[in-house]
Structure formats: C-alpha cells, structure tokens
Design a protein around this ligand. Structure first.
Ligand code: OOG
Ligand code: NI
Length: 303
C-alpha cells in the first residue's frame, strides 16, 4: 500500500501494522516465504482485505466510541452482525478509497455476561467517565496511533483474567490486548496463479508450518459461496499481570480471504476484475468461527 506520511489515516494504519508485525511472528514468516517463492516482491504487494478490532460494550467505550476515529477518516458504517453464543455485536466499515482495508469492529455485550464477570470488567472500566476518543485531535495521526497502543484501564490480576477466560475468551483477550490490531487479512484472489485459491494458499501455509484455525473446517464459506476465509491460530505470549504473575495468553492472528466475482461479472476476464466486481462485506457464520482463532481450544487443539 502507498504510504502518505501527511495523511492521518495512513499514519494510523501504518503504526498499527508495525506493532502487529513485531508481535505476531506469522506475519513476517508468511511475507518472507512469499518473497522467497517469488509470489510477491515486497510487503506492499499484499492487498490487505480488512483489519479487525475488539471492544468492550460499557459506557463511553465500545463501538460507538471506537468508530468515531475511522468515521472521521471517511469510513462508512455498513452491516450489523450479532453473535448470540459469543455475546458479541459487530459492524463492518467500508474504506474511503479502494486501496484502504475494510474494518471489522466487534463489541462484547457485557450486560449479557454473568454478574461475576461484569464486576471484574467494570472494576477496570468504571474509572473511565468520558469517551476517550472525544479528547483526541483526530487530524493528528501520531496522536491517534499512540492512543491505540495506550492502556485505557489498569492491568487485571492473573486470577481475574482466568475468571474471564473461563466464561468468555473474547473478554479475556480484550481486557489484556485492548485495541491492538486483532488481525490483518491477505487478499488471496489478488495473488498469482498457484497461490490464488484458498486450497492452494492453505497448502502453502501448512508447508511452511503455519497452523490454521479448523473450527467449522479450515475454509469457511459464505451461504452464496463467494466469500471464503481461513485464518491462523494466535501464538501464545508471556503476559505479566498486576499480581506479578505471568501467564501465556493469546495474541493476534492472520486471516486470508478469497472474494469471488459477483454472478453478473463471473465471465469478466480476470485482468479486468476490480474490487467492486467481487463479493463485498462479511458473513456471520464465517466470522463466528474466525473469532475462535484466539481461543485456547484452537491454539491447543490438534489439526
Ligand atoms: C473478528 C472475527 C471475524 C471476519 O473476517 O469475519 C472476522 C475477531 O476475531 O475479532 O474477522
Ligand atoms: Ni476478519
């Protein structure tokens, strides 16, 4: 992606990606293998389909706060998604220009969780008595980038973390990882022949030792068959808690999306196909399984 250092959105996206790349070893592992195999000639050749964030549905936070940043940069709010079992709401946002990624933002329905878990979450979020995004100068990309890496609440104890984890893996993830980039997504259909179907790409990933999320099968397919997605499982990293204990917890992951041409464009020659000719948006049943890329059951499970 072309990077304009004057543009706040470019600054924010670039900073998010740099932190993510430093923490998620599969990002460079995949890029370097694609370079070695001659599939791409730099990271910029990878088209980023979308990025994702997780938030807590409590006063002054959640989607209504977080989205203000990207709405200010010209993103447009699109479809709503509800995940009953996981107790989540989500929206996706369309980018201001086609070379920017879509954004998927989810939110934990905190009020739907047990009293015990709500007490823990609110212990950390109650000190927040105003929307922190309202205090930002959104035209200042460096300020927003710093905000997205900065803790909004104190570190929990390891025991509190484990209580959250037992009831909601999502709650545990977001209490520790906050607004870190949850994943970026390689557009598979943009790659060269031999790598541009998910079957071929997943075979490549497994050949370099990348472990895939197999919840609902390794390839998740939308009802119309036109959006297919796979993802890695997050690596564990050592996280220190406020009681001084260290636990191995889930970080972020990498996703892969293959968007097929819409029925009316299915006979269009491949070199003429533009992003607007392909399936857009997201799919609840795919997303439901992709969330599990940070779940202990996927990280520790067999392939
Ligand atoms: C987001 C999971 C959903 C997609 O592309 O449907 C998703 C998350 O894990 O926070 O990324
Ligand atoms: Ni995704």
């Amino acid at each position: 992606m072309h990077f304009d250092e004057q543009n706040p959105l470019d600054i924010v996206l670039n900073d998010l990606f740099e932190h993510y790349r430093q923490h998620v070893s599969d990002v460079s592992k995949i890029t370097n293998s694609l370079l070695t195999q001659g599939v791409i000639s730099s990271q910029e050749d990878i088209v980023n389909d979308h990025i994702a964030f997780r938030t807590l549905g409590v006063s002054y936070l959640g989607i209504q706060s977080f989205e203000k940043i990207f709405l200010a940069y010209g993103y447009r709010k699109k479809d709503y998604f509800y995940f009953e079992g996981k107790k989540l709401d989500a929206y996706w946002y369309a980018p201001p220009a086609p070379h920017y990624p879509r954004i998927f933002v989810s939110e934990l329905r905190v009020e739907d969780l047990s009293e015990q878990v709500q007490v823990i979450i609110k212990k950390y979020t109650d000190p927040i008595t105003a929307d922190p995004v309202d205090a930002l100068e959104l035209s200042n990309g460096e300020e927003v980038a710093a905000f997205l890496q900065k803790p909004l609440w104190d570190l929990p104890t390891s025991e509190e973390y484990q209580t959250l984890l037992a009831e909601s893996e999502y709650a545990a993830w977001v209490i520790y990882n906050r607004y870190y980039l949850n994943h970026y997504t390689i557009s598979i259909h943009e790659l060269k022949d031999g790598y541009n179907t998910l079957e071929e790409f997943n075979a490549f990933l497994e050949s370099i030792g990348v472990k895939l999320n197999n919840s609902g099968g390794k390839i998740k397919t939308s009802a119309d068959g036109l959006l297919r997605q796979s993802s890695t499982v997050s690596a564990l990293y050592d996280a220190r808690f406020s009681d001084g204990r260290t636990l191995e917890i889930a970080g972020s992951y990498v996703e892969f999306a293959e968007r097929s041409p819409l029925p009316q464009f299915k006979n269009m020659p491949k070199k003429e196909l533009k992003p607007e000719h392909r399936r857009d948006g997201f799919e609840t049943n795919n997303a439901d399984k992709i969330f599990e890329s940070t779940y202990t059951s996927q990280i520790k499970g067999k392939q």
